[in-house]
Structures are given as C-alpha cells and as structure tokens.
Design a protein around this ligand. Structure first.
Ligand code: CUA
Length: 324
C-alpha cells in the first residue's frame, strides 16, 4: 500500500531524530553538490560546443580567488558536519545514568533478555517509556548484532566480551528487533519485538509474571558459594584474596603498576582469566573459571559482586576503625 510507504523507521527514541538529521543533511549536501557539478558539465558542454562563437582564450593569472571560493565553503561545511556527527557519536556511545540495567545474551539463533529483577524473556524486550535503558550484551557463540531500527540502536554482540548500548524510548508501541550480523543459517529469523509500555503497565507486566525467578544478585550469591569464591574472598580466607565489597567502580592498583577501574569487563576477566590482571600485593593463585561458568551465571555473579558495594563496605570499614 502506497500509504504505508516510508523511507525511515519510526522515530521512537531520544537519539532517533538526531541521527536522522545528520543523515538527511549528508544526503542534502551530497545531492546539492552532485546537481551543481552535473549542471556545470551540461552548461559548459553546450557553451563551448564545437563551432560555437565564444571567447576561448585563458583568463590569465592563477585564479586563486575562484579556487578559494569553492574550497573554503566546502571545507567549512564538511568540518561542521564532522563535528556535529562526532558529538552525536559520543553521545550514542556513552550511556548516561541508566535507570534500568538489562542483560542481553545472543545465541544461535535467539535473544535471551534478562530484566533487572532476573525475569527472562526470549526474543522480546519489555521496557517502560521515558526511562533510560542500558544494555549489557554478550554472545554465547558467534558475533551477533543487536538492532532496533526505531531507536537507531545497533551494537555488535561479541563472544568473550561485554558490549554496551543504551536508549530512552519516547513512544509506547511495538518495534522490531533484529540481529544485524550474519550468524548462521537462521540469522534472518533471529529477531523479535520490543514492547514499550507506560510505567504502570510495565509494573503490571512485571508483577503479572508469577513464579519470578531469583534476582540476579541472589542467584549470584548462590553461585558465589557454589564455585567456592567465599573460601578465599572473605576476611581470613584460606588464601589471601582481595575483598570484593566496594570493588565495583573503584580504582584497582595492579602488580604491573597500572591502575584500572573495576567495571563489569574487569570483573568478568578476573573470573575467567584471573592472571590477566593481578591486584597489587596478591599472588596469582586463583584458578581460572573459563569453560566452567555460563554467561548467564557470570552475569549473576557480577551482579552479586556489584551489590556488595552497597551493603558490606560500611561494616568492613567500621570493623577496621577500632584498631588504631
Ligand atoms: Cu545473530 Cu545474525
């Protein structure tokens, strides 16, 4: 139907109109330049055609003014577009303070999505309108790409690493969700929908799903015991290991002299490849958990470690105070 024809997907996030503005400006700039060049080719072709009675002598002089007249405006226009698009790029890359942290796991051939409270969905993502959502994504097998055209969000999802994306939906409704990286025979079927709901509807939806799974933190706490983390990462553990309360987001000094921020990627690496970054003053004695722990478990464990930041840090400091 001709009425349904549209060149662009709906604009349903805060960045959508900004992305489109850059894109349309580039198109307009390109089309204007092409038209000007085409016009001049035809114009000079006709004016200086064979047999035409026109002056063919050179104007003389270097023509520097003419060169400047086209090169300076073009330079200014291109650099302005570059700066404008660059700003937008950084805004898209760097997530603002998010209110909802959602975990996305890609695997051949589906998206498994985990809400902040631990509830899981397959090929569906429910979010409330107007809230900033941060996605932490990883893959269980090959490279996928998480793509929501209406939000102008597209980010590769890699095995063995976390990638991040964010969006703030501005309109309720249902939007397409795709995998935008060829990942095997059923790549084209790997997709689903994003449902943007009113706040209250979203809360109802969350509450409506009974038999709710454990939260990622409580799942993580269980894994923390199961994998034996608590034999060492406690005061007076079997082996002297770094305390984990408050580590998330903090600066960590390493044996190598480097200082790193303990973000999710760092925690992930320290669980899978503990010897990659040794904390200053500690021995490289922790075993690797590579191959023994699934991505979803890893995520829960990291959420648990993150939750330690709020709870135990004060008690630890309090316990240390009486000593001096
Ligand atoms: Cu996953 Cu294409």
């Amino acid at each position: 139907m001709i009425g349904d024809f549209r060149l662009f997907p709906e604009q349903a996030s805060t960045v959508a109109s900004r992305v489109d503005a850059v894109y349309l400006s580039l198109c307009a700039f390109g089309i204007a330049t092409a038209l000007l060049v085409a016009f001049l080719i035809v114009f000079f072709g006709i004016r200086y055609r064979r047999g035409a009675n026109v002056n063919r002598t050179s104007g003389g002089g270097p023509g520097i003014v003419i060169e400047m007249m086209w090169s300076i405006p073009l330079f200014v226009i291109s650099i302005s577009i570059f700066v404008w698009a660059g700003q937008l790029y950084f805004d898209i890359r760097e997530a603002p303070e998010a209110t909802l942290d959602i975990f996305v796991l890609g695997k051949q051939w589906m998206w498994q999505i985990e809400q902040p409270d631990g509830r899981r969905e397959i090929n569906e993502l429910h979010v409330p309108v107007g809230e900033t959502v941060r996605l932490t994504m990883t893959s269980e097998d090959v490279i996928h790409s998480f793509y929501i055209p209406a939000f102008r969000v597209k980010m590769d999802v890699l095995p063995g690493a976390y990638s991040q994306a964010w969006f703030t939906p501005t309109k309720t409704g249902e939007y397409h969700l795709f995998c935008a990286e060829y990942c095997g025979v059923e790549h084209s079927l790997m997709g689903g929908r994003v449902v943007v709901m009113e706040q209250s509807e979203y809360q109802d939806w969350l509450g409506g799903m009974t038999g709710a799974a454990l939260t990622p933190e409580s799942r993580g706490r269980r894994l923390f015991q199961q994998f034996g983390c608590e034999t060492c990462h406690v005061p007076d553990g079997v082996v002297d290991a770094p305390m984990l309360a408050g580590v998330y987001g903090a600066e960590v000094a390493l044996e190598s002299g480097e200082v790193v921020i303990a973000d999710e990627e760092y925690l992930r690496e320290s669980i899978l490849r503990p010897n990659a970054k040794i904390v200053q003053g500690y021995e490289p004695v922790m075993p690797s958990f590579e191959g023994q722990i699934q991505e979803t478990e890893l995520r829960s464990l990291i959420e648990y470690i993150k939750s330690l930041a709020d709870e135990e840090v004060e008690t630890q400091e309090g316990a240390e105070e009486p000593e001096p």
